[in-house]
Ligand binder design. Structure first.
Ligand SMILES: Cc1cc2nc3c(=O)[nH]c(=O)nc-3n(C[C@H](O)[C@H](O)[C@H](O)COP(=O)(O)O)c2cc1C
Length: 195
């Protein structure tokens, strides 16, 4: 499942990848990410693209070289390009046993430089804790990947009861504002790549 919300063409537009980290049969993640994409309406300078990890068939990471080398197996190149083409990320994660799904960690581990120096926001869901523990773990992984995790976060408790709209409207504005703030304030320099 790949869907896009594109606005008017402009070289300066920021491109945010929304990564759905759940691939389980019957997952709630599909509804959460659909709802999120609906909230991330067209903005003047930002395009949001949803990538479903079901559509990214990666092997379990087993490459002889670290991804920081920039050397990828043929089946990983497309994922590396997708990650590299984005200016920032929103990771949508469920909580599994107080962590996040293995398929998501695998997708994160497969590339390295492509994540560097880019902001990342989290939308988590689960039972009572709303997936907070999964998101907290992702924050430390994001730092190691040289991403810039932003503070504001959406957490959806008891996700199976949250229908049709997973969260109340008051709590969704911060993530929209923050992803726009973080992506526009962390624009990479064309010469150095520095933030
Ligand atoms: C293997 C497994 C472990 C889970 N562990 C937790 C947990 O530790 N904390 C929690 O809040 N919810 C937990 N849940 C509930 C899930 O967060 C909830 O079922 C959610 O819908 C899973 O996301 P998904 O439907 O997109 O796969 C667990 C669910 C599964 C399948």
């Amino acid at each position: 499942m790949i869907s896009r919300i594109w606005g008017w063409p402009n070289e300066m537009r920021q491109r945010i990848l929304v990564i759905l980290g759940s691939t389980r049969q019957g997952r709630a993640g599909a509804a959460v990410s659909r709802w999120l994409m609906d909230q991330l309406q067209r903005r003047d300078q930002v395009d949001f693209e949803l990538v479903d990890l079901r559509d990214v068939p990666l092997p379990f990471f087993n490459h002889p070289l670290p991804p920081a080398s920039g050397q990828f197996a043929p089946e990983v190149k497309s994922w590396a390009e997708t990650v590299g083409a984005a200016d920032g990320y929103v990771i949508v994660t469920p909580e599994y046993n107080h962590g996040y799904p293995a398929v998501l960690k695998n997708a994160l581990d497969h590339v390295y430089r492509e994540w560097n120096r880019k902001p990342v926001a989290f939308v988590s869901y689960g039972a009572a804790g709303g997936g907070y523990r999964a998101a907290e773990q992702l924050r430390s992984v994001a730092v190691e990947l040289q991403m810039v995790p932003i503070r504001e976060q959406l957490a959806i408790p008891f996700v199976w009861t949250a229908s049709p709209s997973p969260v109340r409207s008051a709590s969704r504005e911060p993530i929209k504002q923050s992803s726009v703030w973080s992506t526009s304030s962390l624009v990479r320099s064309p010469q150095t790549g520095a933030v």
